[in-house]
Design a protein around this ligand. Structure first.
Ligand SMILES: [Zn+2]
Length: 58
């Protein structure tokens, strides 16, 4: 008799706080991008503001 369907597997790898995040180029807040991200890193707030600006231009 197998009971594999009644037990929860607890073999999840513990997260160590995530990778070191890059700073926002505008306000230097931590972003959701890893430090090794190539390109402009924006925090969610600045990213949203940039989206608003580009949406209004033109
Ligand atoms: Zn920012």
């Amino acid at each position: 008799m197998s009971d594999y369907c009644g037990t929860e597997t607890a073999d999840r790898a513990p997260e160590a706080g995530g990778p070191p995040f890059a700073e926002c180029v505008l306000c230097r807040e931590p972003t959701e991008y890893p430090e090794s991200y190539k390109g402009i890193t924006l925090c969610p707030v600045c990213e949203w503001q940039e989206a608003q600006r580009t949406a209004c231009s033109g």
